[in-house]
Design a protein around this ligand. Structure first.
Ligand code: NAD
Length: 254
């Protein structure tokens, strides 16, 4: 509690799903937050104001589209202007599409690479100068078990998530002497809106029984606890790390 008091965080793709759990966990720990993402304006406003009333911090929404580099830079600028700094950046926004390689729509490839990989580059590029100036920063990139292993029909997603691991390692080296850490979490199967939308309860149970060594999906809060720790001053010696949260799933080529 209060470990992040005085810090300001940006979480991409945080108007719903796991990203919202990160934003709320930061607020619970005392940080102000910029939430970002798509959705119905009234729903976004309810989540934003809910963060402020529940945790007595400030929260603003950036509508930045993660396919648009200029809007991503504006999102970081919004955090710096509103709160005075962006100390913590979580690159979480992500989408999925499944098709055999020869039928994979080119626009889907471009969108997945843009949202799942390039948006992290643009956000980091915009946030690092301020972090360097203040000699403190925490960047956490959310990849996937698909950043470690492959599945058929997920060419763009697997390529983008492997790229997120590479980007993490490079920026971790470049910023290491500036009080900035850059780490990557590849989650396994975590319960979220898109999982509820895309997989039936029966299929999720089959996955839990057959694919996930601990026998269940993970909860967003189980990721959020690690994200908050990585963002805390105590985590200053963890840099360039890839820390799976997947119930042992990565041992499988799924
Ligand atoms: P989700 O679909 O529930 O949420 C995705 C978020 O990204 C939403 O807030 C959405 O508004 C936002 N978003 C999508 N396109 C955007 C754009 N163009 N601009 C700005 N925001 C945009 O997904 P989730 O399950 O919460 O996943 C969050 C992250 O975790 C993703 O990067 C995903 O790849 C990763 N992940 C999820 C799982 C899982 O099992 N749920 C597993 C591994 C990795």
């Amino acid at each position: 509690m209060g470990t992040l008091k005085g810090k300001n965080a940006v979480v991409t793709g945080s108007t719903s799903g796991i990203g919202l759990a990160y934003a709320r966990a930061f607020a619970r720990a005392g940080a102000n937050v910029v939430i970002n993402g798509m959705g119905v304006p009234a729903d976004i406003e309810r989540e934003r104001s809910g963060i402020e009333t529940d945790f007595k911090v400030r929260a603003v929404h950036s509508p930045a589209d993660m396919t648009k580099p200029a809007e991503i830079a504006e999102m970081i600028a919004l955090g710096e202007k509103t709160f005075g700094s962006v100390d913590i950046l979580v690159n979480n926004a992500g989408i999925q599409f499944v098709a055999p390689i020869e039928e994979f729509p080119i626009e889907k490839w471009d969108a997945i690479i843009a949202i799942n990989l390039s948006s992290a580059f643009h956000a980091i590029r915009a946030a690092v100068p301020g972090m360097k100036k203040r000699k403190w920063g925490r960047i956490i990139n959310i990849a996937s078990a698909h950043g470690l292993v492959a599945s058929q029909y997920k060419a763009a997603y697997v390529a983008a998530k492997h790229g997120v691991l590479g980007l993490t390692k490079v920026v971790a080296l470049e910023t290491a002497t500036h009080g900035i850490t850059v780490n990557c979490i590849p989650p396994g199967r975590i319960m979220s809106e898109q999982i509820r939308r895309n997989y039936t309860p029966q299929y999720r149970q089959w996955q839990a029984d057959n694919e996930i060594p601990v026998g269940r999906y993970g909860e967003p809060e189980e990721l959020a606890d690690l994200v908050v720790f990585l963002a805390s001053p105590r985590a200053g010696y963890i840099n360039g790390a890839v820390i799976p949260v997947d119930g042992g799933l990565r041992r499988y080529q799924f």
